[in-house]
Write a protein that binds this ligand. Structure first.
Ligand SMILES: [Zn+2]
Length: 102
């Protein structure tokens, strides 16, 4: 896939994550399933570093729980993440209006 298209799709993936993590706690494998439903085929090797980077940027906070003997990382949105989502939504709205004009 062309790099630029991949970059665009990976940005959409980040927006999806922000959207879901603002509503409920999400974890890697469930998020991969959810994104597959939207037509994005992501491997854990691609998604996990994105989640981690979003945690480092304080858009998500992480909580670890042991599930079936394994540590599972749950992510929820921070206040900063919710503010970012609100800003992104406005920009998406503005972009969509222009795209759908023609
Ligand atoms: Zn979704």
């Amino acid at each position: 896939m062309a790099t630029i298209i991949r970059d665009v799709f990976l940005s959409f993936v980040r927006v999806h994550i922000l959207h879901h993590a603002a509503k409920e706690r999400v974890f890697g494998l469930a998020m991969i399933e959810e994104l597959r439903r939207h037509g994005y085929a992501l491997s854990p090797g691609t998604l996990y570093p994105i989640l981690h980077a979003m945690e480092q940027s304080e858009l998500l906070k992480c909580e670890q729980k042991v599930v079936g003997g394994k540590v599972r990382k749950y992510y929820t949105s921070t206040a900063k993440g919710r503010r970012m989502l609100a800003e992104v939504k406005e920009r998406i709205q503005e972009l969509l209006e222009e795209l759908l004009e023609d």
